[in-house]
Design a protein around this ligand. Sequence first.
Ligand SMILES: *Cc1c(COP(=O)(O)O)cnc(C)c1O
Length: 399
Amino acid sequence: MAQSFTNFKDADSQLLASLYGKADLNFVSGKGSYLEDASGKRYLDFVSGIAVNALGHCHPSIQKAIAEQAEKFMHISNLYPNKPQIDFAEKLLAASGFDKAFFCNSGTEANEGAIKFARKYFNRKGLIEKQRIVTFVNSFHGRTFAALSATGQPALREGFGPMPGEFEHVVWNDTNALCKAVNESTCAIMLEPLAAEGGVMTISEEMVKTINELREKFNCLVIADEVQTGVGRLGTFLGSSKYGLNVDIVSLAKAVGGGLPLGVVLMRSHVAEMLKPGDHGTTFGGNPLACAAGLAVVNEVLSSGFLESVLERSEELKAGLAKLAEKYSFLGNVHGDGLLLGIETEKPVAELIASARENGLLVHRAGANVLRLLPPLNVSKEEVKEALSILDKSCSLVS
Ligand SMILES: *Cc1c(COP(=O)(O)O)cnc(C)c1O
């Protein structure tokens, strides 16, 4: 720590641009589902670096993969093919059923790529009028300009000047509004299979059916932003396939790099065939260390029984949350699927988060009034129980 500061929170706010509301904590190490701070206090981590640490902290297979690749090379650019990218792409395509992969560095970048590929696809086909992208109110697709334009939260766009055009936002699960918005000039319908940041909102069967029909009727693409839902979070490798969405392009990030920055766009061959060298690119995209770490994660997620246990832990956690909602009248409906769960609260969600933290549990928020739980995907039955008991205590302290 810089000598002039007495704690990390002060140092952080003096030295880093104040863009986040940070808690006053100084974590020094993590193992599995736990983080430890400088005082030796342990925290059960149900934030997982915002759905990044799918295997918890310091998973040995990720550590090994990174160490081994670090002995070989850490960066060589996208001018040359390399084994970490090829091995990882092969695994991702086999797991997802998609045909081609593009590697970048983050979620917002994966969405920028997805949007560019969708527009280029129709442009190359000579259908230059097909540029409109329909997305959803309260969606979250990232902070760079096109991804922000796609994001259905006007407050996040405020003060940043003109946004890329031809984006339209429709109310989530409003099939009538979607039918009105989609037409011959629609390039793509872009959606999170489960709207995470916007309040952990699941998609209705009716909506899935409508999206699939509109895709056929108007010959538009469907882009699934699986930055948060992908790589097993919902108990299937992709959330879109779980819900039966017919998808042309998928964006992945968060968990896909095993804790290192990595984004991926998966696409069907009809999309890939319309792309040419020079259309898009990135210096760091598909960094060999990140791809090696990502391969280790995906191998674990696809290992026998792993996704089944995600669904089992999900049921336990959902049932436990529902019990808490019976006990505390300020708690409301339980939302979500897999290990992307939320519970409505009438008490300020920040208070509940702070109380849980005091009691050794890290949780996050979604939307205005939803407490969001994102445990590691390999969380144990005992850890789920522990989290529920800490939440119970935390609720009793705020009520
Ligand atoms: C986190 C997130 C993003 C943005 O990812 P970054 O890596 O922060 O750019 C985009 N879409 C969804 C659904 C996300 O959860």
